[in-house]
Ligand binder design. Structure first.
Ligand SMILES: O=C(NCCNC(=O)c1cc(-c2ccc(F)cc2)cc(O)c1O)c1cc(O)ncn1
Ligand SMILES: [Mg+2]
Length: 214
């Protein structure tokens, strides 16, 4: 089952990665997923696109929707300036448990807050619970049918500012058609597609980068 798999992924990190070295944690997960068991991390190919967007935005406040094992959380956090923070939401408690341990192995606990529960319930509480004003970068990688409702929720809660970047994984596979249609046709976004492949496979997938225009 899914939980046993993610536990084996954690053991591969603890066996093959150097404690406190985020890039070795990323490498260990990619090697495990290529050689042993596929897992739904953003992966190395799309991960490079994620890295370039994070480096370009240089965000101080990041929201990640969908932590899973913490692969992209570690990838993003390893590129952030000293005081920058990531809040990452995960619905599934088993995934959250593994992610906290992967994040600890990478030594990035101080930059990352893992929050368990449904994104639809937590987004409206971001300001009061975490003292967030607006997000500089949002990485969407959770349930594909939640991308659009959660984006509208972020707008309605005033958590996006002029220039906030939304970066969405899996817009082709598994696909997020309603979200794509929205960000590509709404006058409030400027959208761009980065063609790539589904993690660890040859299937097409890609990231959609959308700038909120206010
Ligand atoms: O599964 C939960 N989240 C992961 C969302 N992510 C995905 O579903 C995902 C899936 C795929 C994928 C692609 C091809 C394929 F054949 C199978 C899966 C790839 C990805 O890159 C993802 O990101 C989940 C559980 C739960 O109980 N509650 C809230 N969320
Ligand atoms: Mg994904």
């Amino acid at each position: 089952n899914y939980y046993r798999d993610v536990n084996r992924l954690l053991h591969a990190v603890q066996k093959n990665a150097t404690k406190g070295d985020p890039r070795s944690v990323v490498k260990a997960i990619d090697n495990f997923c290529r050689q042993k068991e596929w897992a739904m991390n953003v992966g190395d190919e799309k991960g490079c696109i994620l890295d370039s967007v994070v480096s370009e935005v240089n965000p101080v406040t990041v929201l990640e929707l969908g932590t899973y094992c913490g692969y992209s959380t570690v990838r993003i956090a390893s590129l952030l300036p000293p005081r920058a923070k990531i809040i990452t939401l995960e619905f599934n408690p088993d995934y959250a448990k593994i992610a906290r341990q992967v994040i600890a192995w990478a030594g990035l606990e101080d930059k990352i807050q893992v929050v368990e529960g449904p994104s639809g319930e937590w987004i409206p509480k971001m300001k009061e619970q975490f003292g967030v004003k607006t997000f500089d970068l949002v990485f969407l990688d959770h349930w594909k049918d939640r991308y659009l409702p959660d984006t509208k929720l972020l707008e309605d809660c005033g958590l996006l500012r002029k220039g906030t970047i939304l970066l969405a994984d899996n817009v082709i596979c598994p696909g997020t058609p309603d979200y794509l249609e929205y960000v590509r046709n709404s006058p409030r976004y400027k959208s761009q597609y980065f063609k790539s492949h589904l993690e660890y496979t040859k299937a097409e997938d890609g990231l959609e980068k959308s700038v909120f225009l206010g």
